[in-house]
Design a protein around this ligand. Structure first.
Ligand code: CP3
Length: 352
């Protein structure tokens, strides 16, 4: 149960964003952007000056302000909690840092049974600062829904095993193919941590959750089904009774969309490579879709943005619900005004 009162919950459940996730009719197509809170905004760069990424994630005052910045500026239909997928991993006892321009870097990669032992299961108290941030935000946001999130077991495992970002996922795949027992123990532990992290956010009041399996596109469908899907399914199934829509997203997932749809989310996030109507054919007519303007289109001028956004809106009509988004995160060099204009364009063009 979330802490806030029934009236606010009713308003949030009636918001275009939550309704679209559930495949209900909406006054306009709701829109938000992955990575809307972050480096494309000058006010973000200013407030982060001299404060490390992980430190800023642990300060509810900063998390609240940074989460609100894109909501004030762009008039998006949902806020996303400012945090990072490695926050619960750090809370679980893994020594890591988020290096600017690189991403998460793990001091001692996890590749052995002893390594998995270092990754403790977390309790809600270990991420109390996240619950506190969510409570503050829900108060500030009023009728605008807040999206909580976590990294999916595969994407988290890739950082832990590689020790940082990777192009080939060689060490990750070596463990997946060569040491299945160790692999399943690691992904199982990560699924437990992820469940606790997401339940903590839901208990504190988020209106939806997104499970990011950003790097699952590195896998074939068969390998995804055998080695990854069971763990992601356990996370999503564990939230089935929580009363909030579950979104599941990855990049380069054209061949995985059917399987990712089966993982149990209510909404499947699609990158820009797969048209939304084709995605719906594969996923089936019972799930909403989220996406999928190529983030690079925002660098091509207003007419191109509007033409492509219109195409995305048209292709999104094939699904029972459509949440407009980019096909991946906002690029740091994006002109924030182009995002503000895009939100207004989506609202106007889709108004029923
Ligand atoms: O606005 C939002 O979307 C909310 C905040 C958010 C961040 N990370 C903040 C962040 C979210 C949802 C994430 C998720 C995340 N983190 C993912 C999944 C989403 C995706 O992009 O596929 C992944 C793979 C990570 C891991 C990670 N953390 C990367 C790849 C990076 C970028 C490294 C870089 O500097 O290029 C980070 C750091 C990070 N997370 C930043 C932000 C705003 C940039 C750090 C900074 O501003 O100093």
């Amino acid at each position: 149960m979330s802490w806030h009162d029934g009236a606010v919950t009713t308003v949030l459940n009636d918001s275009p964003f939550v309704r679209a996730c559930r495949g209900l009719d909406v006054p306009h197509t709701p829109v938000w952007f992955m990575r809307q809170a972050g480096r494309s905004l000058p006010e973000y760069r200013k407030i982060r000056e001299g404060i490390g990424m992980l430190d800023s994630c642990r300060r509810p005052d900063l998390v609240t302000e940074i989460t609100l910045q894109p909501v004030r500026r762009h008039n998006v239909d949902a806020a996303i909690l400012f945090s990072d997928i490695v926050v619960p991993i750090a809370a679980a006892g893994i020594d890591l840092d988020i290096v600017p321009g690189t991403g998460p870097v793990v001091a001692e990669p996890v590749r052995t049974p002893a390594g998995i032992e270092r990754l403790r299961q977390i309790t809600p108290d270990d991420v109390g600062f996240v619950a506190e941030s969510v409570r503050l935000l829900v108060k500030e946001l009023g009728g605008t829904p807040l999206i909580g999130f976590a990294g999916a077991p595969f994407t988290l495992a890739s950082y832990l095993i590689e020790g940082g970002p990777s192009r080939t996922y060689l060490k990750t795949k070596a463990m997946m193919y060569g040491e299945p027992a160790l692999w399943n123990a690691l992904l199982s532990r990560l699924a437990d941590i992820t469940l606790t992290f997401l339940r903590t956010q839901i208990d504190a009041g988020v209106s939806a959750v997104q499970l990011f399996d950003s790097w699952a596109g590195a896998l074939s469908e068969a390998d995804y089904r055998e080695h990854v899907l069971p763990h992601s399914s356990r996370v999503l199934a564990g939230l089935a009774g929580a009363g909030v829509p579950r979104i599941h997203f990855g990049v380069g997932t054209a061949v995985l969309l059917e399987a990712m749809g089966e993982a149990g989310a209510d909404v499947v996030g699609v990158d820009w490579r797969t048209p939304l109507d084709r995605a719906t054919k594969v996923i089936g007519p019972s799930k909403a879709v989220q996406g999928n303007l190529d983030p690079a289109v925002l660098f091509a001028g207003r007419e191109v943005v509007e033409r492509e956004a219109r195409r995305v809106l048209e292709q999104g009509r094939a699904a029972p619900g459509h949440v407009f988004n980019l096909g991946h995160g906002v690029m740091p060099e994006t002109d924030p005004d182009a995002l503000t204009r895009l939100v207004a364009f989506v609202h106007e063009t889709s108004a029923r």
